[in-house]
Structure formats: C-alpha cells, structure tokens
Design a protein around this ligand. Structure first.
Ligand SMILES: [Zn+2]
Length: 244
C-alpha cells in the first residue's frame, strides 16, 4: 500500500473513531441521580422560570475533546447524572464517535456554532450560516442517533434579530445562569466556589456553565457534583420534546 494511501486511511480511521469507552452509569442508592427531565420546544422561552428552587441543569461547552469529554462523561456516569453538551461543529467533525457517545450515554447535545466566533459581531447572514453549519456538522456526526435542536451562542452573545432567525429555524436557545469561569485559569476548587456563590447570590437555580475540553474539567465536574449534592441541589435533565 502506498504511503499516501496509508496516511489517508489513518486519517479516516482517526476521524471516525472507535466507540469511546464510557463507563455505564452507577445508579446505586448513594448516587446523585437526576430528579426530573425538563422538555423544551422552540416555543418554550427562557427555562430558568421553569425550574424550582435548587434545581440545576449542567451544561458543558466547546467540546468534544478527543479524551477529556469522555473523562467528564465518566464522572457524570459515576453519579448517574446527565448533562447537555454544546459542541462546536468543527470539533464534531473531528470526533464524531464522541458526539454519538454523548447521546448514547443519555446526555443531550446542542449546537455551539461551527467556529466559535462571536456571532453577535458578524453580518446576520454570516452568523446564521456559521450557526447552522455547526448544527449540520454535529447532525452529520450523530447520524441516526439524533438531531441537534438546542443551541447556545458562543460567548452567550446574540442579538434579538439573530436569536429570532435561529428560533424561526427551529432552534432552542439555552442561556447561562451561572458561569463557572473555568476558562480563566482558575483551579477546580475555585471553579466550584464561583458556581456555588453564583447560585446563592442569584436565583438559586438555573443552567450552570462548564467546559469539557480543559485539563481540570474532570476534577471540577467531580467536585461540583459532590458539592451540589451536599448542599441539597437537584440535577434536572434537559431534553427536546418529541414532535407530535
Ligand atoms: Zn463556547
């Protein structure tokens, strides 16, 4: 076999990826678990008012990462909880097997644009294209496993016009209530303190933002789950309602 052909084959195999080894959920009596599922549609609107006191939805942005996303999935499985992963289209293209593993292990996947540019600063047409290209890339990775309808703007930055166009295209925008600021170089312990302080100072419920591609993502997730459980919070799963 020629070298270029071997190389092409290696790239192809790396792109498709074998199914990542995610541990099955440990849903024993001591596990945290999910308290309920919140189903949303493009007509739902803001979701925080739909949450009760101390109800939290876990979200992870900017993945999937070739190894760290699976580490986070394993931490979530160890406590039998589910989360929503807002993935970039360009990363989905690189790691389609991990995108599928997210859904196959009971989590939700949302779009997070193709390239993670600030869509609020681009011409409308370009912003819409980047958002929908990201959805298409992730849908292509998912194949028959599912379709992406949840969406979070990079930097949570939108305009009313842009939000309206994407909502009209059937997407469900999900915001951020508490940002763990894990992208600033904070350690896992600091990240958890920021989240707990944010929840206590704010509505005491809502969507919590972490990222799965960082080296401290696994540890921050583990510490956060322990702390949320100790403090009496409940984890709510986020799902797109099935069409009638
Ligand atoms: Zn992001």
């Amino acid at each position: 076999m020629s070298k270029p052909l071997l190389w092409s084959l290696a790239v192809l195999l790396a792109g498709c990826g074998t199914a990542p080894n995610v541990q099955p959920p440990d849903c024993g009596p001591d596990s945290f678990g999910v308290s309920r599922t919140l189903e949303v549609t493009p007509d739902t609107g803001p979701i925080v008012p739909l949450l009760g006191p101390k109800e939290v939805i876990l979200t992870f942005d900017d993945g999937p990462h070739r190894s760290r996303t699976v580490d986070v999935l394993n931490v979530l499985a160890s406590q039998c909880v589910t989360a929503t992963f807002f993935v970039q289209g360009n990363h989905s293209r690189r790691h389609p097997a991990i995108v599928r593993a997210i859904v196959e292990n009971g989590h939700s996947v949302g779009g997070h644009s193709m390239t993670h540019r600030n869509l609020a600063l681009l011409p409308l047409e370009e912003s819409v294209k980047d958002a929908l290209d990201g959805i298409a890339a992730t849908d292509s990775a998912l194949g028959e496993v599912g379709a992406t309808r949840l969406f979070r703007f990079p930097f949570v930055a939108s305009t009313p016009e842009l939000s309206g166009v994407l909502n009209g295209a059937g997407l469900i925008e999900i915001g951020v209530t508490v940002d763990g600021k894990d992208w600033t170089g904070n350690g896992a312990g600091e990240i958890v303190e920021i989240i707990m302080a944010g929840l206590e100072a704010g509505p005491g419920r809502g969507t919590v933002l972490l990222h799965d591609p960082f080296d401290h993502s696994e540890r921050a997730t583990r510490l956060l789950l322990r702390r949320l459980k100790e403090e009496g919070y409940e984890i709510v799963a986020l799902r797109v309602a099935e069409d009638d």
